[in-house]
Design a protein. Structure first.
Length: 596
């Protein structure tokens, strides 16, 4: 996944605006970056590495102009070298293009272009685009027509922005990859995501698949693929620019972990009627599903596993699928509701799964954080988790808000016997979570096990997805081996891995049969000399077998899952910090993965 920025109308500040936008988009990809400014001739600077490397390279050049595009890259075709960085150009240097996505027919286009005499300088799929534009210009097309002609030849997913020498305009198009315009009176912006220009404006226009945009000094226009003008709604984003800064925290991830109480309040606001013991699901209407199939990836898949349990507890057959597996072998859907869980709303695997379900006539709903995202626009219904922007690549506050939102969905769509108890747990959750964050001893525990050979996480029922999530977070930001297991599965194989070098983190909530069985599993690992850290509300005697206890207040087990997870987030965070990892931008990862 990559990040695109474009800007027209900020005069001498254009270059600074582009670089600022790229720094805000670095979470989308961070192995190289570049900018191109349009004037009589194009000037361009690009560099492998981080935005700071680009800044340094720019300080040795004299790029200027009032129209420009920029890009931060996460490699899909070709290694992260200067040559493979965007923008890419045609043979003459009159066209510059930035691209997010994958052009599936690039090899055949490249072969044809090479046969026609074009010279390529990179390994990327993107480079075919400026050469196609060059061909169209050579045939006499005007710049806009030339870009349109090039776009019409592409197959695959793309968000593309192009500038042409001698034309004070940016041309852009999207298919299966996000693009949004920002409107600021005199200036117009174009980006993969709103944070890129949120410091300048809160007025946005989301482009849809197949649409084409032209930005120039006179403003902006969106047309369809035939050139017919499309009337677009101008939306106002509701979050503040400060929400995308670090506010004094060392990392976005730590800031976002600490933002969770507020994010949860936002998620629950005006949706819960405590007096009536009921929830109001915005304008979703009466969906009354007879079955639910969840599709999701990574952390969102763990939230989906939790959501499926909630529906099953309410008597509705429900299952969670890894989105990347769902589309390859779509299960019988019947009249089940297919629910995508995706914080970004842009994850290619999840979009494919939702589309596969739609093709079979299924009703779809997405639980997402991003208004105007592709999933939000393509699904029949969208339910927003309202967590605010999340910049750290490792999902933290969006996971908690997904769990809260999935509770609301279940309560709103089913008849749960214990609706009042759940609502009470949710009402208390922001305050309980604040206490957990304030008092957590996770940092001390992290310090003791920084050198561990591997980390294991166990839990049962609703605490099983928490164990999986604890392990994913640990892997993602510490680069160390970590696995999450259903507590009962340990003895079916993984127990062979357990030694005195492998701390086991056990989530034990309540004192029901599930909790007591998990305590039994804790005894099994304790007997193998493994250090044990219990994350518990203290209702069982698990503390007797644990080396350390991370406490959560007694509450509904659904809410306790969010509280237990907060300790595990902090544990991973502090382990990664002690190891000196790049916490907000772990190696090889991107915030949202728009390729399959
Ligand atoms: C979470 O920490 C990961 N970065 C990753 O697993 C993520 O949850 C997954 O890629 C799904 O993203 P989405 O929620 O935007 O669809």
């Amino acid at each position: 996944m990559c990040g695109i920025i474009g800007c027209v109308g900020r005069g001498d500040e254009t270059l600074d605006t582009l670089v600022h936008g790229l720094s805000k988009l670095e979470y989308r990809g961070y192995d190289s970056a570049g900018v191109a400014m349009s004037g009589d001739r194009l000037s361009l600077c690009k560099k492998s590495g981080k935005i700071d490397d680009l800044r340094e390279a720019l300080s040795k050049t004299s790029l200027s102009g009032s129209v420009g595009i920029g890009h931060t890259r996460w490699s899909t075709h070709g290694p992260p070298t200067d040559a493979n960085s965007h923008p890419h150009q045609d043979c003459k240097g009159d066209v510059a293009v930035v691209h997010n996505g994958i052009i599936e027919n690039y090899q055949s286009l490249r072969d044809e272009l090479v046969a026609a005499g074009h010279t390529f300088t990179s390994d990327t799929d993107t480079e075919v685009v400026p050469h196609l534009i060059e061909d169209a210009l050579a045939d006499g097309a005007d710049p806009e027509a030339a870009v349109r002609r090039a776009i019409a030849q592409l197959e695959g997913s793309y968000a593309i922005a192009a500038v042409v020498a001698g034309t004070d305009a940016i041309f852009a198009a999207r298919h299966d990859s996000p693009l949004v315009l920002g409107l600021d009176g005199g200036a117009t912006y174009l980006a993969s995501d709103v944070p890129a220009f949120r410091d300048f404006t809160d007025k946005v226009v989301y482009l849809s698949d197949g649409e084409f945009a032209r930005l120039d000094a006179s403003g902006w226009e969106v047309t369809d693929s035939d050139g017919v003008r499309v009337e677009k709604d101008v939306d106002t984003v509701e979050w503040d620019p400060e929400e995308t800064g670090k506010s004094g925290y060392d990392h976005f991830m730590l800031k976002e972990i600490h933002e969770q109480p507020r994010a949860l309040r936002q998620c629950l606001r005006e949706r819960v009627d405590e007096m009536a013991g009921a929830v109001d699901l915005d304008d979703l209407g009466d969906l009354s599903p007879t079955g639910v199939q969840f599709v999701a990836c990574g952390t969102s898949y763990h939230a989906a596993l939790y959501g499926a349990q909630l529906f099953r507890e309410a008597g509705i057959p429900a299952q969670a699928f890894l989105a990347s597996e769902y589309a390859t072998s779509v299960p019988p859907i019947g009249d089940a509701l297919v629910v995508g869980v995706t914080q970004s709303g842009e994850t290619a695997d999840t979009l494919s799964a939702l589309r596969a379900a739609q093709k079979r006539g299924a009703r779809t709903l997405v639980v997402t954080n991003v208004v105007g995202s592709t999933a939000a626009r393509e699904c029949d219904h969208a339910f927003y988790i309202r967590a605010g922007p999340e910049i750290g690549v490792a999902a933290s506050k969006t996971f908690s808000s997904q769990l809260a939102a999935l509770n609301l969905l279940t309560l709103g769509m089913t008849n749960s016997d214990d609706a009042r108890e759940v609502i009470n747990g949710l009402r208390e959750l922001p305050g309980d979570l604040q206490r957990v964050l304030d008092e957590s001893r996770a940092e001390e525990v992290a310090e003791m096990y920084t050198d561990a050979g591997a980390y294991f996480f166990i839990g049962r029922g609703l605490q099983f997805p928490v164990a999986l999530e604890g392990a994913l977070k640990m892997k993602e930001i510490t680069y160390k081996h970590a696995e999450g297991f259903a507590a009962g599965e340990l003895k079916h194989g993984p127990l062979a891995l357990v030694t005195s070098e492998t701390p086991v983190f056990a989530v034990v909530i309540g004192d029901d049969e599930k909790a007591r069985k998990t305590v039994g599993n804790v005894k099994e690992v304790e007997a193998r000399d493994a250090p044990v850290v219990a994350i518990t509300d203290g209702q069982t005697d698990v503390h007797r077998y644990a080396d350390h206890v991370l406490e959560v207040p007694e509450t509904h087990e659904r809410a306790a899952a969010v509280l237990a997870n907060a300790h595990l987030q902090l544990l991973s965070y502090y382990t990664a910090a002690k190891l000196g990892r790049n916490i907000d931008k772990p190696r090889n990862l991107a915030k949202s993965v728009t390729v399959e």
